[in-house]
Design a binder for this molecule. Structure first.
Ligand SMILES: Cc1ncc(COP(=O)(O)O)c(C=O)c1O
Length: 405
């Protein structure tokens, strides 16, 4: 019998030809070997998932809602959950809230309703790689804007907005993935004003909003825009970093005309997000005291792991390696001396049995060759100490220097 698999080769849609096997993914496959230490994945700490609580809450929901919890439900999402989300964002109503299957789906749906081939999308340099993967099939052209310690550089941003007609700008103001940066209050206000001045909508991705270590959360771009009259920010957040990513419950909030289009697009994608999971999230967050305590536990754990990694970096990295100390979130972002290619460094690191993610894929303009991302969220103290020691050895080998230890 003939196998017709090869018949697909010339039938793939043009946009899927843009999806290629990545060298990095191939290298990272090696990290499953025994003894390997990887800071490459961006996984939330599994030891903090509220397993028992989820088991008990699921039982209660099945008793309370029965078959309804397992039935098809509305595309917009479970109303009590949408009401809770709207109550946390100033001046919004539940009909401005669309529940999505992870904020990753939110990125895809926003791409689907806003991007035409050739549309310009303004992104931070670096930006979240998953957003580039979500937008790419819709064939945008990216306008990359550089960042300083506090995020987007406003003079560069204004120059870009003057030079191009931009469909929307995608911004991660709070503990950005990958760089861990936190945009300060003044910068946030100025950014929102600039976006309004140039009538350019903002897509705000706030996946790490709750994961601050010290101090208080800063107002979202969405909230600041509301103070100016609203209507210019589409906001995304998720339960993936506070409850569990496998639940795939997240939300898009924005102006009603945008949300309506997103609802139509979602209907075509998956009809709705899982009914049971939405009810489960609602049941869990109802107990506000428990929910706050759960988030506090995550914050404290990540802060401790951040501190271990910082100490290890100070001990094992050469002086000309730079990094941003994250005040929340899950990542360290390192900048190596110019000329050090982090993909080559990854190959050396893999020989030492450790891994990270090279930074270049996070740049839509292909820059950032000497940058890399390390995740500390799921690592133990021993893994962090030993993993950074191995990275230090690989860096020193690349630079032709003697390692510290
Ligand atoms: C910035 C950012 N946005 C979106 C996502 C996707 O999250 P989820 O689809 O689990 O909500 C992630 C996941 O790591 C992320 O880092």
């Amino acid at each position: 019998m003939e196998n017709l698999e090869a018949n697909f080769d010339d039938r793939f849609a043009a946009r899927t030809r843009r999806i290629q096997a990545s060298t990095i993914r191939e290298i990272l496959k090696l990290t499953t070997q025994p003894g390997f230490i990887s800071f490459a994945g961006g996984l939330p700490a599994a030891d903090l998932f509220p397993i028992q609580r989820i088991g008990e809450a699921t039982q209660r929901i099945l008793q309370k809602h029965g078959a309804q919890a397992l039935q098809y439900s509305t595309t917009e999402g479970y109303l009590p959950l949408r009401e809770w989300i709207a109550s946390r964002l100033p001046g919004t109503t539940p009909d401005q809230v669309q529940i999505v299957s992870g904020s990753q789906q939110g990125l895809d749906l926003v791409g689907k309703v806003l991007i035409d081939p050739g549309s310009r999308v303004l992104v931070e340099a670096p930006t979240y790689l998953g957003a580039l993967s979500a937008f790419n099939p819709y064939e945008p052209e990216y306008v990359s804007v550089s960042m300083d310690d506090e995020g987007l550089e406003l003079d560069q941003l204004e120059a870009a907005l003057k030079a191009h007609t931009v469909k929307f700008m995608y911004v991660l103001p709070t503990f950005q993935n990958p760089s861990g940066r936190l945009m300060g209050l003044e910068r946030r206000k100025a950014l929102v004003e600039l976006a309004r001045k140039y009538r350019t909508p903002i897509l705000e991705d706030d996946a790490y909003a709750e994961l601050y270590f010290d101090g208080r959360p800063l107002p979202t771009l969405f909230a600041l825009d509301q103070e100016q009259g609203g209507g210019n920010v589409v906001y995304l957040s998720t339960t993936s970093k506070t409850l569990a990513p496998g639940l795939r419950v997240a939300w898009v909030v924005g102006p009603k005309p945008v949300i309506q289009k997103i609802t139509f697009a979602k209907q075509g994608a998956d009809l709705h997000s899982p009914t049971l999971n939405q009810m489960l999230v609602h049941e869990l967050i109802q107990d506000n005291e428990w929910y706050r305590a759960q988030i506090d536990k995550i914050r404290q754990t990540y802060q401790t792991r951040r501190n271990w990694m910082l100490q290890a970096l100070q001990k094992y990295m050469p002086e000309d390696m730079g990094w941003i100390v994250p005040e929340g979130g899950m990542f360290f972002w390192l900048t190596a001396p110019a000329g050090l290619d982090s993909l080559e460094l990854l190959k050396k690191a893999v020989e030492e049995k450790m891994a990270f993610v090279p930074g270049q894929p996070f740049f839509a303009d292909g820059s950032g060759k000497n940058t890399l991302r390390l995740s500390y969220s799921s690592a133990s103290q021993e893994q962090i100490e030993e993993g950074i020691k191995r990275l230090g050895r690989a860096v020193h080998r690349m630079l032709g220097r003697e390692p510290v230890a």
